[in-house]
Design a protein around this ligand. Structure first.
Ligand code: DWN
Length: 393
């Protein structure tokens, strides 16, 4: 299916950059052979991940707690009995997870190609290299640091188009009994909730247990455990190890069966998903247009990467939304990619609360609703679009 012409999801821009804005066709596809759901065309990595990358992981308090518990799990379950373990994290961003390994005194290394977020990690004393991960880098790491006990990645693996180069690099880097743990938005959740906004330039793959098992199986790695996560609107944590080195949890077998009963292996499921996306787009546009006709003020909440797909696919612009509020300084004062809605600091939302707030950061709903009780109490209403378009009165 095609979502049409799309800009870089995190390509927040100034007015003078509008004329030269880059677009590509956002068109995902499903392969019934390897069961992968992926983009057909992806912009060059350097267009997306660079020294002014706009997303800093530590902007959410709930995500900080999530990564602390991820690190605790690795230390308590996978470091047990190991002498001087070494952990490598791919796409370590501002060090939100690795800081816990550093604080506990473990050997650690982050690989983060976006220089600005990597600098934040380095300033916190977290060992970080700004490079793209591949087999060549894996060879260098092994020569300089030895093999890793655990390789971690959170919301990163689905961003790397050359999955074979990364899988080969991980197979090279981990010890014979080492593990790979990674988590990403889960295909089963995206299909069930019509959360099509998970699809954008950075997310070249939306994984399932079946597609992960197939892709990493090509490199001698086997899925040994799976752990569903509530983060990012429904994610899956995958644990892999060298084939035969660890027992396979019954949770893997159960999830593979569940995916078949959900029809994730069938092309018809994706044909229905396309119809669901179209219905969601029409409903959101109609809702925003009716509010516009009534003269209501609508503000977007969270200038997320995901919202780039929503605004561009649904044709939402400054006529529908006055501004998008976001706490990230690098996004403020800029325009949203493609749709060119001004992004303003959160203080503007507080100063002049709108009639309606369109919850672009729906994956952080629990944290945001808790924080925004005054907005609700003052008569403000939330608009959501996942799993269904509607107003929360
Ligand atoms: O995979 C990815 C995920 C993990 O993070 C990346 N490709 C990029 C990014 O995706 P996203 O931009 O859709 O992530 P979030 O976490 O949904 O973005 C939330 C945005 O909302 C941030 O810009 C921060 C902002 N925010 C806010 O203004 N007030 C967030 C919260 C919780 C808030 O209270």
């Amino acid at each position: 299916m095609s979502f049409g012409k799309m800009p870089i999801a995190n390509g927040f821009l100034t007015a003078d950059q509008v004329a030269s804005e880059y677009f590509f066709e956002l068109a995902p596809a499903f392969c019934s052979h390897c069961l992968m759901f992926q983009l057909i065309e992806q912009p060059a990595c350097e267009k997306m991940f660079h020294d002014s990358y706009a997303f800093f992981s530590s902007t959410s308090r709930h995500m900080q707690m999530h990564f602390e518990s991820f690190a605790d799990l690795v230390m308590s379950r996978y470091f047990k009995g190991r002498i001087d373990p070494f952990v490598v994290e791919l796409g370590s961003n501002d060090g939100i997870m690795l800081r816990h390994f550093k604080d506990a005194g473990f050997r650690h290394l982050g690989i983060e190609p976006s220089g600005n977020v990597a600098d934040v990690a380095r300033s916190r004393g977290i060992q970080t290299l700004s490079e793209f991960y591949n087999l060549e880098l894996a060879n260098r790491l092994v020569a300089e640091h030895g093999h890793a006990d655990a390789v971690l990645a959170a919301n990163v693996m689905c961003h790397i188009p050359d999955i074979n180069a990364v899988a080969a690099g991980i197979a090279r880097l981990i010890k014979p009994d080492g593990v790979l743990l990674f988590e990403d938005p889960y295909l089963g959740d995206m299909i069930a909730k019509t959360s099509y906004d998970q699809i954008y330039d950075e997310h070249v793959f939306i994984f399932s247990a079946a597609s992960v098992g197939w892709a990493f199986g090509q490199h001698g790695l086997e899925l040994i455990d799976v752990m569903p996560q509530v983060t990012h609107g429904g994610s899956m944590r995958y644990v892999l190890a060298r084939k035969g080195s660890h027992p396979v949890s019954p949770a893997v077998v159960a999830l593979l069966e569940k995916e078949r009963s959900q029809g994730l292996h069938k092309p018809e499921t994706y044909a229905q998903f396309r119809r669901d996306c179209e219905a969601s787009r029409n409903a959101l546009r109609e809702l925003l247009e009716s509010l516009q006709r009534k003269g209501k003020r609508v503000v977007g909440y969270g200038a997320t990467s995901k919202s780039t797909t929503v605004t561009n696919y649904c044709g939402i612009g400054p006529g529908h939304i006055e501004f998008v509020s976001d706490t990230t300084p690098i996004k403020q004062g800029k325009l949203t990619p493609g749709s060119h809605i001004p992004v303003k600091p959160y203080e503007d939302f507080l100063k002049s609360p709108p009639d309606y707030a369109l919850l672009f950061a729906w994956n952080h709903a629990a944290e945001i609703f808790e924080k925004e009780k005054t907005f609700r109490a003052g008569g403000g209403k939330w608009i959501t679009f996942v799993p269904k378009v509607g107003i929360i009165e």
